[in-house]
Design a protein around this ligand. Structure first.
Ligand code: HEM
Ligand SMILES: *[C@@H]1O[C@H](CO)[C@@H](O)[C@H](O)[C@H]1NC(C)=O
Ligand SMILES: *[C@@H]1O[C@H](CO)[C@@H](O)[C@H](O)[C@H]1NC(C)=O
Length: 327
């Protein structure tokens, strides 16, 4: 087969690019500098998740928010300082959880290998260890990310997808992070665990525009009745929580989220949006009809991809001593 020189060139560049990307992060990054480090993170995380399964959702979402805002650089962990409102204090943070667990892991690492292990790597490992602890998939986590020094609330608001987003908006958001439509759908499966505030749901079940019943007619009516039971239509319900996937109390990492989406029993408009195009519907149907091992392995691969978004490596950034503040 004859190929134009430009094709050789682009194949060459693609290989070169892939090689550099691989060289930047590696599974054995801390093998010499902090041999027990990866296990130390796993110990802290699995203890925290065994004592409260809710922590798994918190840790998974922390890594997602970290990676989508300014790359996976630990910036989600930085506290606001006078004159700068940090990512964690932006409105999309509402239920961000798990900061204490990351701090605990970091403290353990600083005792054994001070100044070596990045907070962004701890976040990536914690998400993996948390999901594995509740019986979900596990995946390898390439390491060597370094920590950023900037965290801005405005960046969180403009980079995180909204729960009212359409398919097109979600796809545009994920594509802008180098993630595909398939990644979007598979990663949304994270909503098989965790909670949301009733305030996120009440508009859809009581105050939906132009609906005689008050509920979004798209939703299954049995589901609406159930959610109304959990989230009463009163100001006092705003701070109550409701499971994203109530099929097993929101505690189990499984494919039920996708079944819910097909049954019109998902909480967010952005969940419904996944099956609003024929290709999205096709992928969701395929996931539901396949053994859950398919979702599991795809989820792990998509998490690895997410964990590489705009990472800092080499001499970029720093290794924070305390995850909530730059050195
Ligand atoms: C596709 C676009 C997404 C949208 C619009 C979205 C939106 C949301 C919203 C609004 C909440 C509830 C927050 C609250 O009430 O405070 C939530 C919770 C959650 N999200 Fe997402 N999310 C998306 C994708 C993801 C991804 C990719 C992951 C992880 C890989 C993820 C993991 C979670 C988890 C685990 C929770 C529960 C957190 C807890 O219980 O503390 N989400 N999401
Ligand atoms: C989330 O942001 C609000 C302000 O928008 C802040 O009061 C709250 O403490 C933040 N939550 C976390 C967990 O950082
Ligand atoms: C709504 O859900 C209930 C039970 O969960 C089911 O029996 C019913 O058929 C569903 N309704 C529709 C319209 O699919």
């Amino acid at each position: 087969m004859k190929m134009a020189p430009s094709i050789y060139l682009s194949i060459g560049l693609a290989i070169l690019y892939a090689a550099t990307a691989d060289a930047q992060l590696s599974q054995s990054f801390y093998a010499k500098s902090c041999p027990g480090g990866v296990q130390a993170v796993a110990n802290v995380v699995s203890a925290a998740v065994r004592s409260d399964r809710r922590n798994a959702a918190g840790l998974l979402r922390l890594h997602f928010h970290d990676c989508f805002v300014n790359g996976c650089d630990g910036s989600v962990l930085l506290a606001s300082t006078p004159g700068n409102k940090a990512e964690k204090d932006a409105p999309p943070n509402l239920s961000l959880q798990g900061f204490g667990i990351i701090d605990q892991a970091k403290a353990a690492l600083e005792r054994t290998c001070p100044g070596v292990f990045s907070c962004s790597d701890i976040l990536a490992l914690a998400a993996r260890d948390a999901i594995a602890t509740i019986g979900g998939p596990s995946w390898t986590v390439p390491l060597g990310r370094r920590d950023g020094t900037i965290s801005r609330a405005s960046a969180a608001s403009s980079n995180l997808p909204g729960d009212g987003f359409s398919f097109r908006q979600l796809l545009q958001n994920f594509n802008s992070k180098g993630l595909s439509q398939s990644d979007l759908i598979v990663l949304s499966g994270a909503h098989t665990i965790g909670l949301t505030h009733c305030s996120k749901v009440t508009p859809r079940i009581y105050n939906f525009p132009r609906s005689a019943s008050g509920a979004d007619p798209y939703l299954n009516t049995t589901y609406v009745t159930e959610k109304r039971g959990v989230c009463p239509n009163s100001a006092s319900s705003a701070n109550k929580f409701v499971a994203l996937d109530s099929s097993k109390g929101g505690q189990t990492f499984d494919i039920n989220y996708f079944t819910n989406v097909l049954d019109h029993k998902a909480i967010f408009k952005s969940d419904d949006a996944l099956i609003s195009t024929s290709s999205g519907l096709k992928q969701v149907l395929d996931l539901v009809r396949s053994p859950s091992s398919k979702f599991f392995s795809q989820f792990g691969l998509a998490m690895q991809k997410m964990g590489r978004i705009q990472v800092l490596t080499g001499s970029q950034g720093e290794i924070r001593k305390v995850c909530s503040k730059k050195n």
